[in-house]
Design a protein around this ligand. Structure first.
Ligand code: CUA
Length: 372
């Protein structure tokens, strides 16, 4: 008897542990071991959302335990016993109970609604001096354009750089940047300011440590704000299935000090240097010959068309990762593998397999390395 009981206790403990593991229940993460822990907020927006969770979750647990407890109690207390097949006593209606179970949940919901609605409103207000960034979700990477006049012309991809302790207001939309804007063929209303046609899908912008997720739609502008308390790298990802490479549509937010941010902006606003000779110059020529310029902008390139179908590469080396934050900029192997067959690295990407020779790739890598 005792052996059976201890076995069933072990069963319960195991089930509980398994359930926690399966729900991804994680505690801590201050040491960076859980880089996408929404319960470890790193800025005021995420903190306000986390505070709301701290309030609502225990209430939800209370309701869960109460309801499940009553169900379990009823199942055990009123089970059929000893072959008794007769109907139990039938009860119809109990005014006091019905009033109670209408009013109590209504009060609980009203109580939860007050902090929820006030948090929603406070997160929708923007302070005096935000930095405005346009976020464009494409298949499968994120483009960031700094919209304020003092940051004019700064367009980057995959890594959003922000200063610490500063409100960042994001205007977000989704496009499928398959063709450049041509007013003759594009119906009105399907065009967004990047000049690409909106055939896009829904993405979702999510940096768990900085803010909750917001869906990013074609043809609509959604807004959200984010803010980081301290310098650091905060990982984000697309959180809405958007096609084959949805899991490869990652990004990061790099928070820096205010001084580092100003330095970064100044460097980003500079055009790239023109490669005059050697392998890099060959690569620069190939960049036109292979039609890379018809998708990628490189400010300063002699034949730059300024198009934004692919990521702006002007300061490509200033980022950590590329190709949706899955490959390392520093790694020649990664960039070589990407140029050899982008589809193998990121299925469904817009970047075609150009059938490049080893010599082409070497020259292109040499050119890309000049873009810092
Ligand atoms: Cu974009 Cu999933």
């Amino acid at each position: 008897m005792r052996a059976r009981r201890s076995r069933s206790t072990a069963g319960w403990v195991l089930t509980t542990i398994l359930a926690l593991a399966l729900t991804g229940c994680a505690i801590g993460g201050d040491d960076g071991t859980i880089p996408q822990n929404a319960l470890n907020p790193a800025g005021p927006v995420a903190r306000a959302q986390d505070d709301l969770w701290d309030l609502v979750f225990p209430i939800a647990i209370g309701v869960f335990v109460l309801v499940q407890g009553l169900i379990i109690f009823a199942v055990i207390r009123f089970r059929s016993r000893g072959g008794d097949k007769s109907l139990p006593k039938q009860v119809a209606g109990n005014t006091r109970l019905e009033i109670a179970w209408t009013i109590v949940p209504a009060l609980v919901l009203a109580g939860v609604a007050i902090p929820t609605v006030s948090t929603i409103f406070s997160l929708a207000t923007v302070g005096e001096d935000p930095i405005n960034v346009r976020v464009v979700g494409k298949q499968y990477w994120w483009e960031f354009e700094y919209e304020d006049p003092q940051y004019e012309g700064v367009v980057t991809a995959t890594q959003l750089v922000i200063p610490e302790d500063r409100e960042i207001q994001l205007d977000m939309q989704s496009v499928s940047a398959q063709q450049p804007y041509d007013p003759a063929v594009v119906p009105e209303g399907t065009v967004n300011p990047t000049g690409a046609v909106s055939l896009g899908v829904i993405h979702s912008f999510w940096v768990p440590q900085l803010a909750g997720k917001v869906d990013v739609m074609p043809g609509h502008t959604r807004e959200m704000k984010i803010q980081a308390d301290d310098p650091g790298l905060y990982l984000g990802q697309c959180a809405e299935f958007c096609g084959l490479s949805h899991p490869n549509m990652r990004f990061s937010v790099l928070a820096t000090t205010a001084a580092e941010f100003d330095e970064w902006i100044a460097a980003q606003a500079e055009p790239a240097e023109v490669a005059e000779e050697g392998l890099a110059a060959e690569g620069q020529e190939l960049f036109v010959g292979l039609q890379c310029v018809t998708c990628h902008a490189v400010d300063g390139h002699p034949d730059n068309l300024g198009l934004r179908i692919g990521p702006n590469l002007t300061h490509w080396n200033s980022r950590d990762k590329f190709a949706g934050d899955i490959l390392e900029v520093e790694s020649d192997d990664d960039i070589t593998a990407w140029l050899r067959n982008p589809q193998a690295e990121k299925p469904g990407a817009q970047m075609p397999n150009l059938g490049l020779s080893d010599a082409d790739i070497e020259a292109l890598v040499a050119y890309l390395r000049t873009l810092d």
